[in-house]
Design a protein around this ligand. Structure first.
Ligand code: CA
Length: 220
């Protein structure tokens, strides 16, 4: 995949460019937000640092989203306010990674985001595998380490929404909306109960990650 890397830290940028290049992903690397907006065409994915010298990464994201739907993974420094991460996701980032970035994690997230965005609009794949959890979206059969797990209808529906976007952030509102439709306001507390039961059934270490102030991610 062709990657546009927007990162003003030369150490971080150079390391990411080298690793992705070695894996066969050509990287165009810019250090300013304004350049990202000029050079995003042709990229399959954008890696966007939030702290840039000219525009904030969030502003870059806002402007980029008016121009293109290219998947965006946000890179955030330690100590970034959670509300900035949440704002990034709400502005249309597909996911985020905390620095220092672990290269295997970066590659896994990039692949998950790309897999998901490439399949958007297509019927979901019948089977999703996350760690040792296998989810069959057609038959509703769920196994953990090969053993069948019995889920309630609601638990399965929550898991299915997350599984269709495995490896990417899903907002709580979207989950509630997809499982309950318009009535979701009334079930917000009930939802937490279902979610915690689902979490227990999926075992440890939990593949269900909380993204505080935003929602959840299944896997990666
Ligand atoms: Ca920076």
């Amino acid at each position: 995949m062709r990657v546009l890397l927007v990162e003003d830290d030369h150490g971080v940028g150079g390391a990411i460019k080298d690793v992705l290049g070695a894996r066969g992903h050509p990287v165009e690397w810019v250090t300013r937000g304004a350049d990202a907006l000029l050079r995003h065409r042709g990229a399959d994915l954008v890696l966007l640092d939030l702290g840039l010298p000219d525009l904030s990464g969030l502003e870059v994201l806002r402007r980029l989203r008016r121009l293109a739907s290219t998947p965006v993974l946000v890179l955030t420094a330690q100590g970034t306010h959670e509300r900035d991460i949440v704002r990034g996701l709400r502005l249309g980032a597909d996911d985020y990674l905390l620095k220092p970035v672990r290269m295997d994690e970066l590659l896994a997230r990039m692949e998950a985001v790309l897999r998901r965005t490439q399949h958007e609009g297509l019927p979901p794949a019948g089977r999703v595998q996350v760690n040792d959890i296998a989810i069959d979206l057609d038959t509703h059969l769920v196994t953990v380490a090969g053993a069948e797990v019995v889920l309630t209808k609601i638990e399965f529906e929550i898991l299915a929404v997350l599984a269709r976007k495995a490896g990417a952030a899903v907002s709580r509102e979207q989950l509630l909306d997809e499982v309950w439709g318009d009535a979701y306001v009334a079930v917000s507390r009930t939802f937490d109960v279902h979610l915690s039961k689902l979490r227990k059934k999926l075992g440890q270490p939990s593949p269900l990650h909380n993204i505080r102030g935003f929602g959840y991610r299944l896997g990666t």
